[in-house]
Design a protein around this ligand. Structure first.
Ligand code: ADP
Ligand code: MG
Length: 354
């Protein structure tokens, strides 16, 4: 990520105003609305609290970026939303609404149906979702036919048109190829096409470009951002790259040690970050007008704490330059009228943007 692309992104904030064509005005505005999501994983060493009291919402036509270092619970949050958690994980929530329907008690088969039809996920490594034994055409048409009971001809036409939409040349000829015959970038484009086959309302992309070369990364992220706007889908994009977030996000949720420690509009997060962890993350990327050209970027000393066993107080306090005794106690949640939220004992006025 160059500082130039970050400049562009910071001056051109994306808008969430794109309307999904055909969306009924009677439909709820929030595609996803979660309160108090908790995921615990039982291990021989004890219980891992990988997602702790997470509350999130994503509106139609909006991109929510979830950021945070590795091991903060971003993937577990997305797997919990998709109903794809490992068997050892236990999930609970006080509200789990998708398209206005409460899914906390929904049957597994209903969630499976939704996952095929209304929500889709793109993983970091496309080979986790593509089967090496089947051609691209077989996998995409099968997926479509299974979920929408479409004819083979319709499924094939839909597949070719989506492969073209995601920028794959000679799409019809690609149908007979196997995943291993494609480059990493092309495989990820196929994954994106597959995720769009059933016209989802919610797309979750978990570090979709991390495994790719830098130039291909930018292309894939641009493609996702363009498709999200064009189709008016709600997108949750998980990344540890704040430069990407600055370019794509409408709203941002910052995760640390299984919790959302701050969330708000991208403009609020970048111009008035309140949690010391968010400020630390932002200090690690070049920001025009703020970062001295040629100067050193920040780092956050220390590592993410273990998620094992009971956790009290602010999980960031060991690494926080502003830590005080009260950080070991219960942490207040601040909220502005615009929905900018953060968990910290510091008063907002005492927090200075990095
Ligand atoms: N299958 C699993 N079994 C046990 N622990 C897991 C499993 N998958 C992830 N974890 C742990 O859950 C925590 C959160 O992981 P994850 O959601 O993958 O983080 P992130 O995506 O933010 O890097 C980490 O401590 C990780 O080690
Ligand atoms: Mg992850």
């Amino acid at each position: 990520m160059t500082s130039q692309t970050i400049t562009e992104s910071l001056v051109t904030q994306p808008s969430a105003s794109t309307k999904r064509s055909g969306a009924s005005s009677a439909m709820p505005q929030n595609v996803l609305d979660i309160t108090g999501l908790t995921v615990d994983i039982a291990t021989p060493r004890g219980t891992l609290h990988v997602v702790r009291d997470v509350s999130l919402h994503v509106k139609r036509g909006e991109t929510l970026c979830i950021v945070g270092e590795s091991g903060c619970g971003k993937s577990m949050t997305s797997l919990a939303i998709m109903g794809l958690l490992p068997k050892s994980a236990k999930r609970s929530s006080t509200r789990f609404e998708f398209l206005g329907e409460e899914l906390s008690q929904a049957s597994k088969s209903h969630v499976n149906d939704l996952r095929g039809n209304k929500m889709a996920m793109i993983f970091q490594e496309p080979m986790t979702a593509l089967n090496p034994a089947y051609t691209i055409g077989e996998q995409l048409t099968e997926h479509y036919r299974h979920h929408l009971k479409a004819s083979e001809a319709d499924a094939r036409a839909r597949t070719v048109s989506l492969l073209e939409k995601v920028g794959i040349a000679s799409a019809a000829q690609r149908l007979g190829q196997y995943p291993h015959q494609l480059s990493g970038g092309l495989r990820q484009r196929v994954m994106i096409a597959m995720s769009l086959m059933c016209d989802p309302e919610l797309l979750i992309a978990d570090e979709p470009s991390t495994a790719l070369d830098v130039t291909i990364q930018a292309q894939i992220l641009r493609l996702l951002a363009d498709l999200q706007k064009e189709l008016g889908i709600a997108m949750v994009l998980i990344t540890h790259d704040l430069g990407v977030v600055a370019r794509i996000a409408d709203r941002v949720a910052v995760m640390y040690a299984g919790q959302v420690v701050e969330q708000g509009s991208a403009a609020e997060i970048f111009s008035a970050p309140q949690h010391p962890y968010t400020r630390g993350l932002i200090s690690c990327i070049p920001i025009p007008g703020r970062t001295i050209p040629g100067g050193k970027l920040g780092t956050i000393p220390g590592v993410v704490p273990s998620l094992l066993g009971e956790m009290t107080g602010c999980a960031f306090r060991e690494r926080c330059a502003s830590a005080q005794v009260s950080c070991a106690g219960s942490i207040p949640v601040h909220q502005t009228p615009h929905g900018h939220q953060w968990r910290c004992v510091l008063e907002p006025t005492k927090v200075v943007a990095a």
